[in-house]
Ligand binder design. Sequence first.
Ligand SMILES: [Zn+2]
Ligand SMILES: [Zn+2]
Length: 149
Amino acid sequence: MGERHEHAGWARHARGVADSVGRRSGGARTAIVDELAALGCCASPQELHDRLRAEGRSVGIASVYRVLDELSGLGLVQRVDLGDGVARFEPIELTGEHHHHLVCVGCGAIEPFDDPELERAIDRAAGRTAFAVDGHDVVLRGHCSDCAA
Ligand SMILES: [Zn+2]
Ligand SMILES: [Zn+2]
């Protein structure tokens, strides 16, 4: 997974926003925010559910969906579509910092990557269109080093 910076700032912000709107299910929400912050990349509801259970912080799958829906409605997480029909969610950083994804078509491994040069190229391309572009997705598909071997 490479180095990922700590998403502590996001976690603090997410807790603050969610508390201020007074939503219930605080325990489940805290667990999910912590998990997403620690992951530093996207996860499906099922993956979050499994990881939480492995850590002994059991949160029912229905609660995982409900909390993700709530965080998404508050603009704290975004849905990531990697083309395999699985909905994944990842933190939206306040700073606009983001990464993109490499997907292995062999084993399904997902790795984040970022590239300032790519961001500049996308900004330039967007600037040449008549759209006020405010987001983009980039997915690179191929084989991870294990599957390519
Ligand atoms: Zn990611
Ligand atoms: Zn980008």
